[in-house]
Ligand binder design. Structure first.
Ligand SMILES: Nc1nc2c(ncn2[C@@H]2O[C@H](COP(=O)(O)OP(=O)(O)O)[C@@H](O)[C@H]2O)c(=O)[nH]1
Ligand SMILES: [Mg+2]
Length: 310
């Protein structure tokens, strides 16, 4: 999806989206680097600054360690520190850049989308559907968050806008039954892609776990390999809490990849780096706004540069 998701000006939009985090780093570094030679105190201040963007302890420690090894007692400018950080962060993220592509051997490729309420699942499904629709794919959506009428409506709006069928059921109906029916329809219609929206009531983990595993079980009755992708959508504004959510959903749904949203609304953009390193899962795309064009490819170097405003 990397090049395909790109659209004109996406780099500047990415930079703009990450402004809150990058401004924090820029302003922080400028105030730290008034003295020129990199000393212990400055290293500690840079460490605190990086932690405040939610890069997390392991990533921050290793960045500080490499910085100390290479530049200690040398004169440095904030631009040099930024280049150094961007380079190191891009290096550590490079294994996790992986576009989400539709596998033609599956008919349809089934994508289960999970995450807590409000993380951006439905919006992200709309954005992905738009993108693939423009590639000429036959898509079907499933409004699997059957308990929230507004959630069903929201998906229908996307479907109508994009002229894509949306499978729905009565309020409160069993989402697994709906998913099963939708997959059967999708197989019959020879769709390329079936995207299943789900509920994210994390306050009752047992119920959610039972619901998601039932959806997965009934899909497998029709296609033993389904779902072919299980994408966890995480809201970057919650910072380090995203790590705990990822841990929970990994257990519940066997996640195959991540999409991190709302990077435009937070100074905690570093959490993406912490997530990638901790879970070693591909990051398929990032959300930098509410609009349909605001799902961007995840490219480590571009991301790292934008994070430190280079
Ligand atoms: N700023 C911003 N808002 C987003 C992004 N992704 C989703 N949203 C907003 O977050 C809110 C919740 O999104 P929704 O898709 O309904 O979440 P869901 O409950 O997981 O399905 C909506 O108001 C979206 O417009 C993003 O990347 N940036
Ligand atoms: Mg939703």
């Amino acid at each position: 999806m990397a090049e395909e998701l790109s659209n004109k000006g996406w780099l500047s939009k990415l930079k703009e989206g990450l402004k809150r985090t990058s401004n924090k780093i820029t302003e922080g570094l400028e105030s730290i680097l008034v003295k020129k030679k990199l000393d212990k105190e400055m290293l500690e201040e840079i460490e605190d600054l990086l932690l405040s963007t939610d890069l997390g302890v392991p990533t921050t420690k290793s960045l500080i360690h490499v910085l100390e090894k290479n530049r200690f007692n040398q004169e440095v400018t904030s631009e040099e520190i930024k280049s150094f950080l961007a380079e190191e962060i891009a290096k550590s993220l490079s294994p996790y850049s992986s576009s989400l592509s539709i596998d033609k051997t599956f008919c349809p490729h089934v994508v289960l989308v999970v995450g807590v309420n409000g993380s951006g699942k439905t919006t992200t499904i709309g954005k992905l559907a738009c993108f693939w629709r423009n590639q000429g794919k036959n898509i079907r959506l499933v409004a699997g968050d059957t308990f929230r009428a507004a959630a069903v409506e929201q998906l229908k709006v996307w479907g109508d806008r994009l002229n894509i069928p949306v499978e729905t059921s009565k309020n409160g109906a069993d989402p697994a039954g709906l998913a099963h029916e939708a997959l059967q329809k999708s197989i019959n219609a020879k769709d390329d892609l079936l995207m299943i929206d789900t509920a994210g009531r994390l306050h009752n983990k047992e119920d959610l776990m039972a619901e998601l595993s039932k959806i997965i079980r009934v899909l497998k009755k029709l296609d033993p390999e389904a779902p072919h992708s299980s994408i966890l959508v995480l809201d970057a504004t919650i910072g380090q809490n995203a790590l705990a959510q990822a841990e929970t959903f990994k257990k519940i749904a066997g996640i195959t990849g991540l999409i991190v949203t709302k990077l435009d609304g937070t100074a905690k953009g570093g959490v993406l780096v912490a997530l990638a390193e901790k879970f070693q899962l591909p990051i398929h795309a990032i959300g930098v706004g509410e609009g349909i064009e605001d799902l961007k490819p995840f490219e480590p170097q571009a991301f790292a540069n934008s994070l430190v405003d280079l």
